[in-house]
Write a new protein. Structure first.
Length: 415
């Protein structure tokens, strides 16, 4: 079923693209922008390929018939050495204006052991020319399936079932007297075989105290019904496994060295984001295939169907950060931060099997971010963090106060 569905949709998308390309070619009003691509993971090895952008000249990713595609070959020649990604976006002109586009998007992808094929509708409302103030809604209907567990560093976090999903999102960003805030909610319903649903609500707020002082606040709630696949459930320290597919660095094991990921010293930002518990959570994700349970291996991953969390960061004056952020030109794209953080969360215990407990941590950290915003002004780059969670309320047998070292990827408060 998966192969028939994906091949049918892929053929439809390709025919649609070629029809659009032929129509545009008649008036010489379409351009294809190829670029080489090189990546690595532990299954494909070195992955070589071609990225392709298609657009009407001069529209800068904001016009009709937008194409984003890629085709790759894994040089270690795994079971499926050829992978691809294809996205076609077509604005709906009667519902669109500058900064407030409505569009239909077609996606088909088979890469890193995962199917994702579907169609979505998106609508954005922007206040004039200010890209920071907006509202967005979106709905996406998709077929998804993990068909090769070899690509994931933690197989316990994945099911191999076929899934038909309808996903809805809403996002609002604006400012008030305290500063900039962002609200986002996502909800999904899976209705193939066993029906289940899951949703998240996230609110963030930045409060400027001084030129070099600021408070960043975040509240997060995640809910999932009984029977939800493990890739959509919530851990304390990192985001759900399904969301790892959104980024090339976490899509497959080995891009971030697997030994480092398995060590529990790498935190992928998202979800409840109780970063000090990353090590404990990672330990619970490891398979017991080659270990005895009484040697410390846990039979099932430490996951929640319902969790409520609160994150806070205090940016403070740091002479190194101030000097770095004043470097001409570079400071427009690179930013260095120093901050203290506090995270706390609790299980909502909404199902019989839901784990119980409340957890808190505190520490200090530094971050370096590279950001080249997209055409809507949204962050598009990477955030690398070094953090020291020096206090845990539930230390798992260790001293509550202890120097713990954590390398973080991404950020949950991106203002």
């Amino acid at each position: 079923m998966a192969r028939i569905y994906s091949l049918t949709l892929s053929l439809f998308l390709l025919l649609t693209f070629f029809n659009l390309q032929e129509a545009e070619a008649q008036t010489a009003r379409y351009e294809l922008l190829p670029s080489p691509d090189l990546w690595y993971n532990d299954v494909d090895g070195i992955r070589v390929g071609l990225r392709l952008k298609g657009q009407v000249p001069g529209t800068f990713e904001d016009g009709p018939h937008r194409l984003d595609a890629g085709l790759w070959l894994g040089l270690w020649f795994p079971d499926l050495p050829v992978s691809y990604y294809l996205s076609l976006t077509e604005p709906i002109q009667p519902w669109s204006e500058y900064g407030s586009e409505a569009n239909i998007q077609f996606i088909s992808s088979i890469r890193t052991g995962y199917h994702n094929h579907g169609i979505g509708f998106n609508k954005r409302w922007q206040q004039g020319f200010d890209e920071r103030r907006f509202r967005e809604i979106g709905i996406y209907n998709s077929f998804e399936k993990r068909f090769d567990l070899e690509y994931t560093p933690f197989p316990l976090l994945w099911s191999e079932n076929d899934k038909l999903l309808t996903s809805v999102k809403f996002e609002l960003q604006n400012d008030h007297e305290l500063g900039w805030y962002n609200l986002r909610t996502d909800a999904s319903l899976q209705y193939l075989d066993e029906v289940y649903a899951f949703t998240t609500i996230t609110a963030t707020q930045r409060v400027e105290l001084h030129e070099h002082w600021a408070i960043r606040l975040r509240a997060f709630t995640g809910l999932a019904t009984s029977g939800t696949a493990p890739e959509y459930l919530f851990s304390r320290g990192i985001k759900p496994a399904a969301q790892w597919m959104d980024n090339g660095s976490t899509r497959a094991k080995g891009t971030i060295p697997n030994r480092l990921m398995q060590s529990g010293n790498v935190q992928v930002a998202g979800g409840a984001n109780l970063r000090g518990y990353t090590n404990q959570d990672i330990h619970s994700f490891k398979t017991c295939q080659n270990e005895a349970v009484d040697n410390g291996c846990i039979e099932s991953p430490f996951l929640f169907n319902g969790i409520l969390a609160f994150n806070a960061e205090l940016d403070y004056w740091n002479p190194v950060a101030v000097a770095f952020n004043k470097i001409p030109y570079i400071s427009e794209f690179l930013r260095f931060r120093s901050y203290f953080f506090f995270d706390t969360g609790t299980s909502l215990e909404i199902t019989e099997n839901d784990l119980s407990g409340s957890f808190s941590n505190a520490g200090a950290g530094f971050s370096l971010s590279l950001n080249i915003p997209d055409y809507h002004g949204k962050p598009r780059g990477i955030v690398l963090r070094y953090e020291i969670p020096f206090w845990l309320s539930d230390s798992g047998g260790e001293d509550s106060f202890k120097l713990r070292h954590l390398i973080g990827y991404g950020a949950v408060i991106s203002f």
